[in-house]
Design a binder for this molecule. Structure first.
Ligand code: AMP
Length: 190
């Protein structure tokens, strides 16, 4: 299996690039943010719980997120591989993902970390709010909180994969095509 962690701060381009990667490599795209938003729209108990965290830019608790992700992976256990987009966001999530994949006799192949500086992220998120209607993208205070939680809780996940020699940093600025090309090159070198 080809299992990719597509990593990076909010606004780094994970969703956009995931679309390209799933098409080329025939992978299942698991975006925890997208899955939460679907639950939110359908007002499921999980959606109602997740909303209280998402609306203010905080992380949904690990236990809840991990259980949801596990269920999605198991649903697609015959897949050629996965792109994990927006997951793992904490070391506990990374450990749980390793265990889950091990139980399926597979593992993470590579972590691709999109690197974009903060001012550019803020600009992108405010621009995205206009088209996506995402309230967490429209409010500068919430954007600030999401970036600071990324720096504190999520960025350390890079060291987790670095210790396994699986981390590849990718410059996340330039045209969408240029960034896609960098990602393809890193994957094809595996
Ligand atoms: P995203 O679409 O990846 O920007 O995620 C939107 C929001 O969903 C985040 O700000 C969190 O509140 C929640 N979320 C998404 N993925 C995770 C995760 N792996 N762990 C905890 N919360 C998450």
């Amino acid at each position: 299996m080809l299992n990719i962690v597509l990593f990076g701060p909010p606004g780094a381009g994970k969703g956009t690039q995931s679309e390209r990667l799933i098409e080329k490599y025939d992978l299942i795209h698991l975006s925890t943010g997208d899955i939460f938003r679907t639950h939110l729209k359908e007002n499921t108990p999980l959606g109602i719980l997740a909303r209280t965290f998402m609306d203010v830019g905080k992380l949904v608790p690990d236990e809840v997120t991990i259980e949801m992700l596990k269920a999605e992976v198991v649903l697609h256990s015959n897949a050629k591989g996965f792109i994990f987009d927006g997951f793992p966001r904490t070391n506990a999530q990374a450990e749980a993902l390793d265990e889950l994949l091990q139980s399926l006799s597979t593992e993470i192949s590579i972590m691709l970390s999109l690197e974009v500086e903060e001012e550019e992220l803020k600009k992108r998120l405010l621009g995205r709010a206009e088209v996506s209607g995402r309230t967490d993208d429209a409010d500068p205070v919430i954007i600030e909180r999401r970036i600071s939680i990324y720096n504190k809780d999520t960025a350390p996940v890079k060291a987790f994969y670095q210790a396994q020699n699986k981390l590849t940093a990718i410059q996340g600025t330039g045209t969408i095509d240029e960034i896609t090309h960098r990602l393809f090159t890193a994957i094809d070198a595996l």
